[in-house]
Design a protein around this ligand. Structure first.
Ligand code: 13P
Length: 251
């Protein structure tokens, strides 16, 4: 079975609503291969405007985060119910900036994963080691722990709605990309871990994206690795030409 490629733009805290509309229009019109899917994750306040642009298109609309509970006294948080009403169908959870800047741990991320899946949202669960952890030879073990923690209580059936994004923290926004071989090694190991947690067939079908300084010049080489099934792109997704060339990596 050949897994589809998922090319996603995580716009982070960039683009005002009017700028986001322009970029969303461009993404909508980007050419892609038959086996490629496009996704964008604008900031919360840009979602309504971007949803209007993407309505009826082949671009999946994702949020960058969400609260771990549906409603209540949670100042500054955004609920899955609000996102669904706006047409959001996917959510990025456990991004390294959420883990390392905002202190989210596997337990909290797991609550969010389970809530999103129970509402039928697709989840992009981010995992990845820091430079210190990599240098200590712990890259695989850190990723395994984040997979186990983030996916606790998630059923094999729900895994159809889960994408994993391997984003080594030291490669995010630094211009340092993991070599395709290094990335492949971790992707293969994580697929093995998923086989252990679920089954060989779940592991075979789960999409594992790579993220961290993906650009037009390295996308094809990364995507050529057998266990790399797409990219979660930060900086290069903010420029329409760059993202277009990443989306059409196999052109
Ligand atoms: P960069 O592509 O800017 O390195 O960001 C990667 C990332 O964090 C995507 O979620």
């Amino acid at each position: 079975m050949s897994r589809p490629y998922l090319m996603a733009g995580n716009w982070k805290m960039n683009k005002t609503p009017s700028e986001a509309v322009v970029l969303a229009e461009a993404v909508k019109n980007m050419k892609k291969g038959a086996n490629t899917r496009k996704m964008v994750a604008p900031s919360f306040v840009c979602i309504p405007a971007v949803a209007d642009v993407l309505k009826g298109s082949d671009v999946t609309l994702a949020a960058q985060n969400m609260a771990s509970v549906e409603s209540g006294a949670h100042t500054g948080e955004t609920s899955v119910l609000m996102l669904k009403e706006l047409g959001v169908t996917a959510v990025i959870l456990g991004h390294s900036e959420r883990r390392h800047v905002y202190g989210e741990n596997d337990g909290l991320i797991n609550e969010k994963v389970k809530l999103a899946l129970s509402h039928g949202l697709e989840v992009v669960l981010c995992i990845g080691e820091t430079l210190e952890e990599r240098e200590a030879g712990q890259a695989n073990d850190v990723c395994f722990g984040q997979l186990e923690g983030g996916l606790a209580g998630v059923s094999a059936a729900q895994m159809q709605n889960v994408v994993i994004a391997y984003e080594p923290v030291w490669a995010i926004g630094t211009g340092k990309t993991a070599t395709p071989g290094d990335a492949q090694t971790v992707h293969e190991a994580c697929r093995g871990k998923i086989a252990e947690l679920y089954s060989a067939s779940v592991a075979e079908s789960v999409v594992i994206q790579y993220g961290g300084s993906v650009k037009p010049g390295n996308a094809a080489e990364l995507m050529a690795q057998s266990d790399i099934d797409g990219a979660l792109v930060g900086g290069a997704s903010l420029d329409a030409d760059s993202f277009a060339s990443i989306v059409a990596f196999d052109d």
